[in-house]
Design a protein around this ligand. Structure first.
Ligand code: URA
Length: 274
């Protein structure tokens, strides 16, 4: 049998793209196959000194590769809560996130995606996490779904000068994978503080993950969308509503009709609150 020809560079790149590997994490290539074994093979057993059978013996620890040493999730969540609580302004909160080391996503992302729009706006939209375009620009919702979000808010007379836009997770998960529940829990105190500092009259969660994370519901978006919730910012109760994520509407345009109903409800609530 003839051996398979080696894949071309284009085929390899296509394979990586399909697997979600669409950006470089460093300038120089790393040959992982050349790396030394992370856990060395066990050494030959040494003769043990005579032991007191009643005294517990220390358990030898296997060395942990440096790359796998990370902050324990509970400690990261606690330190995120503490850090976010102390940020007096949005600028301070952004600066805190720039130095916060408790979320591993930070190390694979290119840029922190903090927010876009007007911090004085009366309406705040919150999505799930940045994608590739957002990671490159450092701004939320600038890709295809962002263009649709712009058209959605334009339909009720808003633009980015009259709205504030952020995400639950401020760093792009590699290959746009779904953030883990731990990553969401670690980032949650920051977006909660961001909402408190922006202090909008109306909060709009875009899609299921941000709705479940912020509005504390386990129901799916089909049940939650279009319903009003009370959201406690920490300093006051505001109105919150869930609607479809624009990326979902791009895939399922038939739901645009329902999303239009949600947008009209948002416009009405803004009128009432003014
Ligand atoms: N999807 C999101 O949830 N947020 C973005 O910023 C972009 C796409």
């Amino acid at each position: 049998m003839m051996p398979e020809p080696a894949p071309t560079l284009q085929q390899l790149l296509a394979f990586y793209l399909e697997a979600g590997v669409d950006c470089a994490l460093g300038d120089a290539p790393v040959n992982r196959l050349d790396e030394p074994e992370a856990v060395p093979a066990p050494a030959a057993p040494r003769p043990l000194p005579p032991q007191n059978p009643l005294r517990p013996q220390p358990v030898p620890m296997s060395p942990v590769p440096r790359s796998e040493i990370s902050v324990a999730p509970e400690a990261a969540i606690a330190s995120a809560r503490e850090a976010a609580r102390t940020a007096p302004t949005l600028d301070a909160l952004r600066a805190l996130l720039e130095t916060f080391d408790g979320c591993a996503l930070k190390h694979t992302a290119t840029k922190l995606v903090f927010a876009d729009g007007n911090p004085e706006a009366r309406v705040m939209f919150v999505g799930e996490a940045p994608g590739r375009d957002e990671d490159i620009e450092g701004l939320p919702f600038v890709g295809r779904s962002g263009k649709l979000l712009d058209r959605m808010i334009a339909a009720i007379g808003l633009d980015r000068s009259k709205a504030y836009i952020a995400n639950v997770i401020p760093w792009r998960p590699p290959g746009n994978r779904t953030p883990t529940p731990q990553e969401t829990q670690i980032c949650l105190p920051f977006i909660q503080r961001q909402i408190e500092l922006v202090n909008p009259d109306v909060l709009v969660t875009l899609g299921n993950p941000s709705t479940q994370a912020l509005l504390g519901t386990r129901e799916g978006i089909m049940r939650t969308r279009g319903k009003w919730f009370d959201y406690d910012t920490g300093t006051r109760a505001i109105r919150a509503i869930a609607t479809f994520h624009p990326a979902y509407l791009l895939r399922s345009p038939s739901y645009k009709k329902m999303s239009w109903q949600d947008l009209r409800a948002i416009a009405k609530a803004l009128q009432q609150a003014s």
